[in-house]
Ligand binder design. Structure first.
Ligand code: PGA
Length: 220
């Protein structure tokens, strides 16, 4: 049976206090043990999250939402792979919000993939079209397919359309693919139930622990 990856993308949300409350809430629920759970959190929370998860033995992997395309050195404001590696095992690269708000190009994203790989970070890259899949170095990572019109709109893509797209990705690249865009506890099974879909990436519905746990429970 395929092992699902269900990832939370907290974006620019959560203070330390709020994140601690989320973890306390999450700890009160039973969650399926055969799902890989990842939280892509802001850099400011990585230290606290990794420590809390370790001490309380929670079944969660920590991920960063971005990474420097450079190594360590004179790159003011950047967080490099080595620094992320201290607290996180995953990194999310090339989210469409970074492409649109920060002009991230495929070339830049490839540099970030290279840096993440050098430090042994697990990578999830976001794509919204097939050209991106062809240009990006997609071996040994997870692709999150996120149609732009489905992100943050409450209007998820029709699962049949998503399946078609995911099948096309699989023809180009032999990697695990997760779906993202307006996933919630009610619709998650429409995607995780598809043969070629290995999980979901969740934005707004991951901000509340109970909503996220509902997604985990209804994914199987
Ligand atoms: P959403 O965000 O679940 O709020 O649509 C998904 C994402 O941007 O990764």
């Amino acid at each position: 049976m395929k092992k699902l990856v269900i990832a939370a993308n907290w974006k620019s949300n959560m203070t330390r206090l709020e994140a601690k409350k989320w973890l306390e809430d999450f700890s009160m629920y039973e969650v399926p043990s055969d799902i890989k759970i990842v939280i892509f959190a802001p850099f400011t929370l990585l230290d606290m999250l990794s420590a809390y998860i370790k001490i309380n033995d929670l079944p969660i992997f920590v991920g960063a939402q971005n990474i420097s395309p450079f190594g360590k050195g004179a790159y003011t404001g950047e967080i490099c792979a080595q620094q992320i590696r201290e607290f996180a095992t995953y990194v999310l690269i090339g989210h469409s919000e970074r492409r649109s708000n920060f002009n991230e190009s495929n070339e830049m994203i490839n540099k970030k993939i290279e840096k993440a790989k050098e430090e042994g970070l697990q990578i999830m890259i976001c794509v919204s079209d097939l050209d991106q899949v062809k240009i990006l170095a997609t071996n040994d990572l997870v692709i999150a397919y996120e149609p732009i019109e489905a992100i943050g709109t409450g209007k998820p893509q029709d699962p049949k359309e998503a399946e078609l797209f995911v099948n096309q990705i699989k023809e180009t690249s032999n990697v695990d693919v997760v779906y993202g865009g307006s996933v919630n506890g009610e619709n998650v099974i429409n995607y995780t139930g598809l043969d070629n879909v290995n999980g979901v990436l969740v934005g707004s519905k991951s901000l509340d622990a109970k909503s996220f746990v509902d997604i985990l429970k209804n994914a199987i």
